[in-house]
Design a protein around this ligand. Structure first.
Ligand code: PHE
Ligand code: FE
Length: 313
């Protein structure tokens, strides 16, 4: 039955047209970009902007050895992202292309879901065409080139993760047919952005949201507050998430092959049909089916989180 509706490669090469019932964020496309949202050329970064990259890079390298997944650190090295200044996408794409066939394209801002899916499905990673200023050095609301390139691109140098990301993009077509973009978004959030992986008995971070900011790697791996729970796709896709504070719960994979197995090698049709209209679980919840590695005290969040200036303990 499903084979009749499973899209083929020619489908993924064309920009999808979300049907009118599908909820997508109302983003206003700037006049200078076309339907693909790709910038005509990469921004030319000035000396001050390149210095922001260098300082962010240096600060992360104080924190990440021993905390970032070895796959991430290997990608960072292979792509030589610390050679100085914001990477030039043409060169980065050539290097990355030789490793896994991915490229990196500049986009002005957050792009609509269906455009994002389409780029990923064609092994193009859309990355911000600007860098944060000094005033928002520690924390920005909109993903900039440091988050997108430093945080995401090293993982794309890994063949399994590269395939996972392409499959995630392709998965968007089915999620749109089922009007389940929020559920698929939760999976992205708890893996690509905030995922942890087991490595030789220890936990390491592979999520870009953890790796591109200063405080979250320590919090995610070492603090008593957050729950650390083994990834269960059905559970995660029913779990709410916040985008403006540290996470109360992190989900842990055994390996990238395990992530691939749980997602790419599974048909989500039945899962989508069984989902309720909203999220079932709060992002702080521990439920009876959870395989809990660390039950969090949730102290940071109980004290009010970022807004109240709580310490990330
Ligand atoms: N197997 C999923 C489906 O049938 C697709 C998927 C791949 C989802 C990778 C997430 C990540 O829709
Ligand atoms: Fe991101």
């Amino acid at each position: 039955m499903e084979t009749l509706t499973t899209p083929t490669d020619s489908v993924f090469s064309r920009l999808p047209d979300p049907s009118s019932g599908v909820f997508t964020a109302p983003l206003q496309r700037p006049g200078h970009v076309g339907e693909d949202w790709v910038e005509p050329r990469q921004h030319v970064y000035g000396a001050d902007e390149n210095a922001v990259w260098d300082d962010l890079f240096a600060r992360q390298m104080e924190v990440l050895p021993g905390r970032a997944a070895s796959t991430f650190l290997a990608g960072l090295g292979k792509l030589d992202l610390g050679r100085g200044g914001v990477p030039e996408f043409a060169r980065l794409s050539a290097d990355l292309g030789a490793l896994t066939g991915w490229s990196v394209v500049p986009v002005p801002m957050l792009i609509p879901d269906h455009v994002f899916f389409w780029h990923l499905a064609n092994r193009r990673f859309p990355a911000g065409n600007f860098i944060r200023g000094r005033a928002s050095f520690d924390y920005i609301e909109e993903p900039d080139v440091f988050h997108d390139v430093f945080g995401h691109v090293p993982m794309l140098a890994d063949p399994i993760f590269a395939d996972y990301m392409q499959a995630y993009g392709r998965a968007g077509w089915k999620a749109m047919r089922h009007n389940r973009l929020k559920a698929l978004g939760a999976l992205y959030w708890y893996t690509v952005e905030f995922g942890l992986v087991e490595e030789g008995g220890a936990l390491r971070a592979y999520g870009a949201g953890i790796l591109s900011g200063p405080g979250e790697a320590v919090f995610a791996l070492e603090a008593a507050s957050p729950n650390r729970i083994r990834l269960n796709v059905d559970r995660v896709m029913r779990t709410d998430y916040v985008i403006d504070d540290l996470q109360p719960t992190y989900f842990v994979i055994e390996s990238f092959a395990d992530l691939y197995h749980q997602t790419v090698e599974r048909d989500f049709d039945r899962l989508y049909r069984g989902l309720g209209p909203g999220f079932t679980y709060a992002n702080t919840a521990v439920i009876d089916i959870d395989d809990v590695l660390h039950r969090g005290t949730l102290e940071y969040h109980l004290r009010g989180g970022r807004r109240s200036g709580a310490k990330p303990v």
